[in-house]
Write a protein that binds this ligand. Structure first.
Ligand code: NAD
Length: 464
């Protein structure tokens, strides 16, 4: 047995461990009551504080906070509250004739003590969203939000300590070192949202205790726009998906592949809709956020400098303001394959666009890269849409729009390999925090003892 007594968080962990079976025995009604308290806190009591905190952290527009941080968590609570009773019911399954005299069922039991590590880009949504699934499944939880959005973490910490005893849910604020220390503990499940690089660190740490993991990661999500799409609508939707949260969205379009024949129309439409959304001077628009900090501002500006150096063409935008961590919505054509823009997940308001002449070219290009978290298709050609879906792999796909797949609780949300392991949302998120325990009960009457010695000729004949 490894001794954890010198770990800074071992006391808290032990408290939760001692309490986990009690939480695991709570009814669906008890759990819904807890979830409803969380709903009231974020939807009413602390709504304005959360909005203010997110504005201080990176000038997130208020309506974006309501729609992308608060609403998805509230909606998840409502959805789960509707279904939890049936998810917690033992699920009877058939028992084969060879096990005559037995009955079988699946019991969805809690995993135990879980760790949730979340990123900064949608800090409320991506901390409380998984928490909702974990509570629904009857777990004790330690939350570690990102150090990059400290104002929001502070309000979330206040909410958690007001609503929960720490032997049930606790939130620990702090830097990377906090995660590193927590990751040494033998959690029963770790739910991590963040970059693939840190995902690998989390998985390595989890392997030490054979802790199960959910990894919600990132990557480069492509958008394909073909010559049969409604171009004007497609462009409008891409601008929404790309520049929401100033491009700092895991499922935002990372780059666009357009049919060569629609290039000039694409640029014209892009300029028009950008102006309609954010006015002539985007820096003065209340609808456009900022880059989270100077480090990421410099990273993104570095990508732009590198693209220029490699002769890419900055077709739209390209301006920035260091004082504000502001980067203008920017469209880049002809970024070379070895450029930073095409090698890394961009996670900011810069959109490289490449042209293609055939769909097979598009498929080869996408398949030469890691599996994306999302793949988007704008087309009205059904056959081509199917061809693209059947010949690629991705965590999710949205046809003729983007981002919306995140909002349907009936769809699993997550990546595949480099973009993630495991799924979240609705029943899929609940399952992630659940052990599906198999139970087989042999009834005394009618039991056939075929399996026990002595292995007589009679038993052999029955098997033959
Ligand atoms: P990140 O991986 O840098 O950090 C995420 C969390 O991990 C933070 O809480 C941080 O404190 C912690 N962390 C960072 N380094 C660590 C280390 N060495 N050891 C242990 N913990 C560590 O990610 P980020 O910058 O906060 O978020 C951006 C990334 O997250 C992007 O790649 C984005 O695509 C991805 N993301 C994915 C989803 C999804 O649902 N799939 C959602 C949002 C963001």
């Amino acid at each position: 047995m490894i001794d954890f007594t010198d770990n800074k968080y071992s006391n808290l962990f032990e408290k939760q461990k001692a309490h986990q079976l009690t939480i695991g025995k709570t009814t669906y009604k008890d759990r819904i009551k807890k979830l409803k308290r969380l709903q009231v806190a974020i939807e009413k009591t602390y709504k304005q504080e959360l909005r203010d905190a997110l504005y201080k952290d990176f000038k997130k527009p208020q309506l974006e906070v309501d729609l992308t941080e608060i609403y998805p968590v509230v909606d998840e609570i409502k959805f789960i509250s509707k279904h939890l009773k049936s998810w917690l019911r033992n699920q009877k399954v058939d028992t084969p004739i060879s096990l005559l005299g037995s009955s079988s069922w699946i019991k969805n039991e809690s995993k135990g003590v879980c760790l949730i590590i979340s990123p900064w880009n949608f800090p409320v949504n991506l901390t409380f969203g998984p928490l909702v699934s974990a509570i629904a499944a009857g777990n004790a939880v330690i939350l570690k939000p990102s150090e990059m959005t400290p104002h929001t973490s502070k309000v979330m910490s206040k909410i958690v300590s007001e609503l929960f005893n720490e032997n049930e849910v606790a939130l620990i604020e702090g830097e990377v070192e906090v995660s590193q220390e927590l990751l040494k503990l033998p959690f029963n499940h770790i739910f991590f949202t963040g970059s693939p690089q840190v995902g690998k660190i989390v998985m390595k740490a989890a392997s030490e205790h054979l802790t199960s993991v959910t990894l919600e990661l990132g990557g480069k999500s492509p958008v394909i726009v073909d010559d049969t799409s409604n171009l004007d609508k497609a462009v409008k939707k891409i601008i929404f998906g790309k520049f929401l949260n100033a491009g700092q969205t895991c499922i935002a379009p990372d780059y666009v592949l357009i049919n060569e024949s629609i290039k000039s129309e694409f640029i014209k439409s892009f300029k028009k809709h950008l102006k309609d959304f954010y006015s002539e001077d985007v820096s003065n628009s209340d609808s456009f956020g900022r880059i989270v900090n100077q480090k990421h501002f410099e990273r993104l500006n570095g990508y732009l400098e590198d693209a220029k150096f490699r002769n890419a063409s900055i077709t739209i935008g390209g301006n920035s303001e260091e004082k504000e961590n502001y980067i203008e919505p920017t469209v880049v054509f002809d970024a070379s394959e070895d450029s930073e823009l095409m090698q890394n997940e961009i996670f900011g308001p810069i959109l490289p666009v490449k042209t293609y002449t055939s769909i097979s070219e598009v498929l080869d290009y996408i398949n030469s890269k890691e599996k994306p978290l999302a793949l988007y298709i704008f087309s009205s050609n059904k056959k081509r849409i199917n061809e693209i879906i059947n010949n690629t792999r991705a965590g999710s796909t949205c046809i003729n729009h983007n981002l919306l797949q995140f909002l349907n609780h009936n769809l699993p949300f997550g990546g595949s390999n480099n973009s993630g392991i495991g799924k979240s949302h609705g029943y899929f998120g609940f399952l992630e925090f659940t052990n599906q325990r198999s139970v087989l009960k042999q009834h005394t009457l009618g039991a056939v003892d075929l399996l026990t010695p002595p292995y007589t000729n009679f038993k052999q004949k029955l098997v033959d």
